[in-house]
Design a protein. Sequence first.
Length: 473
Amino acid sequence: MPTVSWQVLNPFGQEPIGSVELVGWPQVDRWLDEASALHANRKALLPIHERIAILQRASALMRERDEALALQIAREGGKPIVDARVETSRAIQSVELCAHELFASGGREIPMDLTQAGEGRKAYTFREPIGPVVAISAFNHPLNLIAHQVGPAVATGCPVLVKPAKDTPLSCQSFVEILYEAGLDEHWCRFAPCTDDVAERMVTDPRTAFFSFIGSARVGWMLRSKLAPGTRLALEHGGAAPVIIDEQVPHDVVIPALLKGGYYHSGQVCVSVQRVFVPQNELADFAAKLGAGAEKLVVGDPVRDDTQCGPLIRPAEVDRIETWVDAAVQGGASIVAGGKRIGPTLYRPTVLVNPARDAKVSQEEVFGPLICVYGYDSIDTAIEQANALPYAFQAAVFTERVHIADYCVDALAASAVMVNDHTAFRVDWMPFAGRRQSGLGTGGIGYTMADMSTEKMVVKNTPSGSFAPEVSG
């Protein structure tokens, strides 16, 4: 039977830069058996100090190869090299954080004598690995997302099978190989690029104890509906992040943050700035300044140090965004910047003003270099429109008034509200979660490690005089 593989293309030039061989169901079936047996054998579990040492060695190896890893991100994913270097640094820190979290991963004492029923008992908890983990990842952060899914599994002692995104498997492969080089036995972590039908069987197999998914809501919720009884999961999908701009906030302070939050990785970020709400009497001036900033962004080859916006992951995404923007303009929106394709995978950073509320750019996650700006007459109207979608992830408010900041924090439907910062802000130890259709569960290294382990309680009954050893002589 011929070997099937994924050919990896550079999204900027569309030339092949590598390939990975796919694994079929017979191999995955054997790996799941192996993972299940590993988990069942308590003697096989690596001691915590060995897991810490492996993670520390892995982070050291990544630090030695940081420029090569960043270049790989830029070449296979199209992320500008300046941002790919930041991703690499974050991935290294994420692995280090997995090791650090193990130092604080102990159990706790449960007080038993709070009522008469518990008198004479002592209780404590400790954590155990949940079991085999299956992780499916996304293309947009091909190294750090893998570190967030695989690192916690290694740290908690869970065997893990990881399926990378089809467009960006090379960074995942490099990370898994670094873990092996750091001393992790291959049985604990398997690189599992495969077709969608094999991935679905792997996810929904009853041997899978935990399913970690980063990707589209359509696929994530579909897979969730098919999970075997008992399988736990975490889903991270996208959104259409809203930003509220209060009255009389200096535009020159806000614009740079929105340019970064909206056009970072050409908007291919699940919490990218997409919908900005501005007081009606400031709308024209604000949109013009935002558009002027967008027009100055350097778009092109992601391996160049001066590139600020690289390509979209594939030509079909440019086709889609072009269609959405054209439809929004036909529906009454104004273009103040961009709005045009400049290559097979390049689209100019675009600013649209007042697209219709039922336009796709107002209703769906664009996942591209587009910011929509809307005028509002009252902040309650802006909040109502911000909250109107079935997605809710991170939101933001820019204001110099404390009471407005507090009001928006309370009123915005979001798992996190950034005050005077863009919606795409994240550090790797903070909770990161989508609400509504944007996800299920909470990401972030410590939170994922908690998901991939279970708490077990021990209650010791020691009544006075019972089970007391005999005292000799």
